[in-house]
Write a protein that binds this ligand. Sequence first.
Ligand code: HEC
Length: 159
Amino acid sequence: MKRIAITGAFLLSSLLSITAFAADAPTPEQKAASDIANRQAVFKLLSFSNAPLGGMARGAAYDADAAKAAVERVAMLASMIPALFAADTTGPVSAGVKTRAADTIWASKADFDMLAADLGAGAAAALAILNTQGEAGVKDAVAQIGPKCGACHDRFRLE
Ligand code: HEC
């Protein structure tokens, strides 16, 4: 009886340590899949955040608070981009995961990070325009942001 209890305790503790190991140390493939999912989530949020301002530029009713929230969110999300691409996910480690990130990102990381910083600067400029011009500045504010998305996509996002 005592022996069964000891064996049981041993089995339980090894199971627990296997579970803890799995939680603490993902395989390189799991890590790459998670990195890719995180960066794609942030780009989805960039689209979501930027959309209301774009809508206002195309004629939706102007809402000062929503317009400012949009550019503040874009600035915050842009600041996350360099860290989201800290790990190189090229090669077999990401085989089977759908990503449109160009492999050249990691050989040109400084340029890539600069394009992310440009987006942040564009969002800051857009905020300044909205603060000084309000509704009259919406189109100009949008023009500070949209081309910065495109500049990076043209170079580093695959079709
Ligand atoms: C510094 C480079 C860079 C900037 C700036 C940038 N993007 Fe991207 N974007 C990428 C890359 C790289 C991908 C591909 C990510 C992947 O699939 O792993 C991407 C993917 C996306 C996606 C697809 C996400 C998905 O569902 O998989 C959307 C939407 C997107 N970007 C929107 C935007 C918008 C909107 C902006 C500007 C407000 C922006 N991006 C700015 C590099 C950038």
